[in-house]
Design a protein around this ligand. Structure first.
Ligand SMILES: NC(=O)c1ccc[n+]([C@@H]2O[C@H](COP(=O)([O-])OP(=O)(O)OC[C@H]3O[C@@H](n4cnc5c(N)ncnc54)[C@H](O)[C@@H]3O)[C@@H](O)[C@H]2O)c1
Length: 270
């Protein structure tokens, strides 16, 4: 069901790779709620060609940007402003990648060139996006910026590897830039800490099935899926949440505050 919550709003969505991507679902929901969007992903991801399907469905231009390049991110905001004839009201950062995870390198053995690359893509890029937007004055008053994160920023999930450190940094940027952007232009900046979700990035984590099943058993409401995440994102892009900023918001069916569940106790008693 659509409520026209984003009617008249314009936004940029990073990170839709394929139909499983959280950003893909967010784009569809934003479009259904009346928003106009620009889609972006790295030139490498665009070569896969899947994004064109979504672009057609949402009537959205696709502007390539490698999020580690100042030039690309500047070009993205400049072109988006030309396209919309002004600033944007929301931005979704839905990007994550760790070379150490991909190459199955243990946390204690991390290769620092790989660590740097993953950090640049997964964490520092959020600062780059915010800094570029601020310089170009690309986000309208009371705009909303969101990034996606995972609870490994607060608690240890050993196979999440260096992505845990990247997520801790990402969440810190949301607080610190959120302060600055709030004072300057009433722009709010938050992170959503999402349940494990079956996507390309998610499946890259070692033992991901175990992760998903454990979280499902440990959450009173069960795991939140990508469509439900998209619903939550829409509320945070809407005018109904204008005073929420600098927060890490758990969207995880209650996992983050659950000590143990009956289902897990029963499993342990077997
Ligand atoms: N899947 C999960 O279990 C889960 C849980 C919590 C948080 N998250 C977070 O959600 C976000 C989206 O991931 P997803 O699960 O939808 O997976 P996904 O693989 O569909 O999305 C990751 C995206 O990052 C993009 N990307 C990688 N390098 C880039 C670069 N240099 N420039 C621009 N874009 C680049 C990829 O092309 C891809 O579109 C990530 O931040 C991820 O950490 C995922």
């Amino acid at each position: 069901m659509a409520y026209n919550l984003l009617k008249g709003k314009k936004g940029i969505i990073f990170g839709a790779l394929n139909e499983q991507s959280i950003a893909w679902k967010v784009a569809q929901r934003c479009h259904a709620e009346g928003a106009e969007i620009v889609l972006t992903n790295s030139p490498l991801a665009l070569r896969m060609g899947e994004l064109n399907k979504l672009a057609e469905e949402c009537n959205a231009p696709v502007i390539p940007a490698d999020v580690t390049s100042n030039e690309d991110v500047t070009n993205l905001f400049t072109k988006s402003m030309e396209h919309f004839g002004g600033g944007v009201d929301f931005v979704l950062h839905s990007i994550g990648m760790s070379v150490n995870v991909r190459k199955n390198i243990h946390y204690t053995e991390n290769n620092y060139d790989f660590t740097h690359k993953g950090f640049d893509i997964s964490a520092l890029s959020f600062h780059r996006v915010l800094q570029t937007a601020m310089k170009l004055d690309a986000i309208n008053e009371w705009g909303s910026v969101l990034a996606l994160t995972y609870i490994a920023a607060q608690r240890v999930f050993p196979d999440y590897n260096d992505m845990a450190d990247n997520k801790a940094y990402l969440e810190s940027i949301a607080r610190n830039f959120g302060y600055q952007y709030g004072v300057k232009k009433h722009v709010r900046v938050n992170t959503i800490s999402q349940s494990p979700t079956r996507t390309t990035a998610g499946n890259g984590v070692k033992g991901f099935d175990g992760f998903v099943n454990y979280a499902e058993k440990m959450s009173p409401l069960g795991n939140a899926d990508a469509d439900q995440c998209a619903d939550y994102v829409v509320t945070l892009f809407s005018d109904l949440t204008r005073m929420v900023t600098m927060q890490n918001l758990f969207h995880d069916g209650g996992f983050s505050f659950t000590g143990v569940t009956q289902a897990v106790i029963e499993q342990m008693e077997k």
